[in-house]
Write a protein that binds this ligand. Structure first.
Ligand code: GLU
Length: 494
């Protein structure tokens, strides 16, 4: 299969766009096919500088790299493949040629109507009770175009450079039916469609023309795109018919919705994929979450690697209805993926982040062990430096934290416990997680202390944090020397 993602570079990649790209990528990959990236920048006014880079970088981050078309190589935007150029603004002459071909075949025509002419048509139509006036078969013959004007006259207008557009001729009463790979049978009546402009008065093509010409020339077998394009599909199918080309299959992916089932919007959610990158989401988590927005795997499996998605994904199991974007579910996937890595892999991912705050972490021989202790607790990588801070900097002694009433401690008891810990740990030899646990549990029993009364002050002194891994784990990962130093330092301040 040759599939494509064809974004318009009007801003940062939308989260829904990323999901559409993912679906198209998966369909290509599972058939050993080709995933193509094409840039649809026919609307020059809406084109934003840097948008192409943003789209490509985001796709790359997500692991959804194109095989052909526009791509990044060494951080630079390039184009690769035999069907290029893949940026529509570099193909403009081509579209005019095809539009003229349709005029010759009688499937399109030149229209010279001014803005006033069009306004006038709409007013008269409204006044006559037409609720949705448009340039179609019902008015076409009253307008200024190459179907109504004598040939000499319209040729003259063209020779005098009078502005004109090329419009597609939509037959009256035509019914367009097609089978959508997701939505099943879809039907449109010809009267619902206007005589779409194919070439604008500035000579630039519209989305519809460029999209069809390119899907044909780039040998796309299946067009996978957002549901918002469904209403354009009849125009596209007619164009394929007019050109005498075999149309691709179409699959329209359901919309993403806010919790209140309105269309996903900035006001209720982050909509740029980059927002999720910046917040520290893992590509694995975001991809896993996005693919299940609409796709039902038909099993109870929830975690999918990209490889598993390539094996399992199918458009037939994508629902028609909109899919609610549930941030809590995304966070759940984030947590699951954080735990999914091996300790070594996890440590390797966070080490550079921790090292930006604590240089020493870069060469810490204990880093894997220390990192492994937070793997079950962390949600986002950027939390790692703060969660590991106590290995690389001295925590401030905080009596309020140490003498926690929740742990049935007050300052007097806390002081006694600290002294007891120093006395008993100084000669202690079996300095491991398990060794410390056994030893300190026995000590608590012997002194008739609750476990928390003994362990909380130790943990609080070693970390300075309200939450952290348990006392034994931290003491073992920190080492005896530092543990004793910290206990003594606190004792001296009392
Ligand atoms: N350029 C359109 C977009 O920005 C592409 C629609 C399509 O895939 O046909 O979504």
């Amino acid at each position: 299969m040759r599939t494509r993602f064809a974004p318009s570079p009007t801003g940062m990649l939308h989260i829904g766009g990323l999901r559409t790209a993912l679906f198209a990528y998966l369909v290509a990959k599972q058939t050993d096919g080709t995933f193509i990236l094409r840039i649809e920048d026919t609307d020059r006014e809406r084109t934003v500088d840097g948008a192409i880079e943003n789209i490509l970088r985001t796709l790359h981050w997500a692991g959804v790299d194109p095989d052909e078309g526009v791509m990044l190589r060494d951080g630079l935007v390039t184009q690769e493949g035999a069907h290029g150029p893949y940026i529509q603004s570099e193909r403009f002459e081509l579209y005019t040629k095809y539009a003229n071909e349709l005029v010759e075949k009688g499937h399109a025509y030149y229209a010279f109507d001014t803005k006033e002419d069009l306004d006038h048509m709409r007013e008269t139509e409204s006044a006559a009770g037409n609720a949705a006036p448009k340039y179609d078969a019902s008015v076409r013959m009253r307008m200024k175009n190459s179907l109504t004007l004598p040939e000499e006259e319209w040729k003259q207008k063209m020779a005098e450079n009078e502005p004109y557009v090329i419009r597609m001729l939509i037959p009256e009463g035509n019914i367009i039916r097609f089978n959508d790979d997701i939505r099943g049978k879809v039907e449109f009546k010809g009267m619902e469609i206007d005589d779409q402009i194919l070439i604008k008065s500035d000579g630039f093509p519209t989305y519809h023309l460029a999209n069809v010409v390119d899907d044909h020339l780039m040998d796309i077998n299946i067009v996978i795109r957002g549901e918002e394009w469904l209403s354009s599909t009849p125009k596209h199918l007619l164009l394929f018919e007019y050109f005498g080309w075999q149309a691709p299959r179409y699959a329209h992916v359901p919309l993403l919705l806010n919790a209140d089932r309105s269309k996903l919007s900035k006001r209720q959610n982050d909509v740029a994929a980059e927002d999720y990158i910046n917040k520290g989401y893992l590509p694995e988590a975001l991809i896993n979450f996005l693919v299940l927005l609409g796709w039902n795997p038909g099993s109870t499996q929830e975690l999918f690697t990209m490889k598993e998605l390539i094996e399992n994904f199918s458009l037939e199991r994508v629902q028609k209805g909109g899919a609610v974007f549930d941030l809590e579910r995304l966070n759940w996937f984030q947590g699951q993926w954080m735990r999914y890595f091996s300790p070594e892999d996890f440590a390797a991912r966070i080490q550079p982040i921790v090292a930006t705050v604590y240089e020493e972490a870069a060469s810490d021989p204990q880093f894997v062990l220390r990192a492994s202790l937070i793997q079950d607790r962390i949600t986002f990588f950027p939390e790692a430096p703060a969660m590991l801070s106590y290995y690389y900097s001295e925590p401030k002694a905080n009596m309020e934290l140490i003498a926690s009433p929740k742990q049935k401690l007050d300052e007097v008891l806390a002081k006694e416990v600290i002294e007891l810990l120093i006395e008993k740990l100084t000669p202690f030899e079996g300095w491991t997680d398990d060794g410390l646990k056994e030893y300190l549990f026995a000590l608590a029993d012997e002194k008739e202390l609750k476990k928390g009364q003994l362990l909380w002050p130790l943990r609080a002194i070693l970390t300075g944090l309200p939450f952290s891994p348990g006392a034994f784990e931290v003491a073992a990962a920190l080492g005896k020397e530092k543990t004793m130093q910290r206990l003594n330092a606190v004792k001296n301040t009392l």
